[in-house]
Design a protein around this ligand. Structure first.
Ligand code: NAD
Ligand code: IPM
Ligand code: MN
Length: 354
């Protein structure tokens, strides 16, 4: 029996509703399998913690997290009470950067039973590899002067090492998939893309001659993701471009409430962090209607990463079963509650694996 110590940060808003549901599903799978067990430790960090303590997590929060095998996070943000730049930089981004979770993988795949808003979505199965620790997200810059003369500077910092790491990860992944990799660039407008990003991509793909590789401008790619998503497989993108493309990925599946993600510490020096693409959805928080599928699918990414791909596959099958049965939350034009979706998934797993 292998036991995994998982630091669980439900976070804010619907994170608090969907994380316990995904934990129930993962515990069910572990129990049915009989060879693994999750030992969850709930860390109540987030905006409520901030309102009480003046910080999003304890000062030694990163040190605490290093004692765990992995981190399972809901979402962060309570914009009405805590400014986003404080909550996100104080928790989510701090963990990603502090624990060197440099790669963020985010699938967008048309599962059975999903009703894409696209007229002809085709059978798309995209994996966005997002550079997760640098680029456009930097604390370098500031506001100077005031009033009409005010200037805001936000530096984007790209390192060759970080850029190359994301691109190599994407190429290696393409080798295991359809051997196609697309680089999201803005080489016609941004100095980090012209020619830096493209130059690094050119150098990296030279080591992967069997891959079908190309570069597409980010603005056109955003349009192609809607017009012809089935033409993409692995997409490698900078931190900001990857962020935007993956909300589009969620949207073309039917809801951003479905999209999963994994922030990977590829060297395994520190834990990785598994969290869905969506945010804390303050507009529906507390109503019991949040879609738990993004968090549950994120659980599959954690199972895959831990080496339990077969269990991960059962989980995806169970998700598809719930969708095909029409047990869908409001965002998917259904009427099911968060708990009804989870219940359906757990029942399916029990019937299938018991
Ligand atoms: P959001 O993803 O929270 O919500 C956007 C829209 O999608 C809303 O209409 C919401 O109801 C809907 N939605 C999202 N997830 C859903 C789900 N699981 N089920 C049903 N509907 C769902 O994005 P936002 O409104 O831009 O941000 C709200 C807060 O979340 C902000 O504080 C933001 O900074 C934060 N945020 C956090 C993360 C994170 O922690 N990973 C990600 C994105 C946004
Ligand atoms: C995401 C989110 C975060 C990001 C925000 C909340 C800082 O949008 O994980 O997709 O931009 O990385
Ligand atoms: Mn995002």
């Amino acid at each position: 029996m292998k036991t995994y110590k998982i630091a669980t940060i439900p976070g804010d808003g619907i994170g608090k509703e969907v994380v316990p549901e995904a934990m129930r599903v993962l515990d069910t799978l572990a129990e049915l399998d009989g060879n693994l067990k999750f030992e969850w430790e709930i860390l109540p960090w987030g905006c409520d913690y901030y309102l009480e303590n003046g910080e999003m997590m304890p000062e030694n929060g990163l040190e605490i997290l290093k004692n765990f095998d992995q981190i399972f996070l809901g979402s962060v943000g309570m914009p009405e009470l805590v400014p986003d730049h404080i909550s996100l930089w104080g928790l989510l981004i701090k963990i990603r950067r502090g624990l060197k979770q440099t790669i963020n993988i985010r699938p967008a795949k048309l599962l059975k039973g999903l009703d894409s808003p696209l007229k002809n979505p085709g059978e798309f199965d995209i994996m966005v590899v997002r550079e997760n620790s640098e680029g456009e997200y930097s604390d370098s810059g500031g506001r100077i002067h005031s009033d009409a003369d005010e200037i805001a500077i936000q530096n984007a910092i790209f390192t060759r090492k970080g850029t190359e790491r994301a691109m190599r990860y994407a190429c290696d992944l393409s080798n295991q998939r359809s051997k196609k990799v697309t680089s999201a660039t803005k080489s016609n407008g941004l100095s980090h893309s012209m020619p830096f990003w493209d130059d690094v991509f050119h150098d990296v793909v030279a080591d992967y001659p069997s891959l079908d590789q190309n570069s597409v401008h980010i603005d056109a790619m955003a349009a192609y993701m809607i017009m012809k998503p089935s033409e993409f497989d692995v997409i490698v993108a900078s931190n900001l471009f990857g962020d935007i493309l993956t909300d589009i990925g969620g949207a073309i599946m039917g809801s951003i409430g479905i999209a999963p993600a994994a922030n990977l510490n590829v060297s395994n020096e520190f834990p990785s962090m598994f969290e869905p693409v969506h945010g804390s959805a303050p507009d529906i928080a507390g109503l019991g209607v949040a879609n738990p599928l993004g968090q549950i699918w994120t659980g599959k990414l954690m199972l895959d990463y831990l080496g339990y791909a077969r269990l991960g596959d059962h989980l995806l099958e169970a998700i598809e079963y719930s969708l095909v049965q029409g047990i869908k939350t409001r965002d998917l034009k259904g009427q099911a509650t968060t708990k009804e979706v989870t219940h359906t998934i757990i029942q399916y797993l029990k019937t299938k694996l018991e």
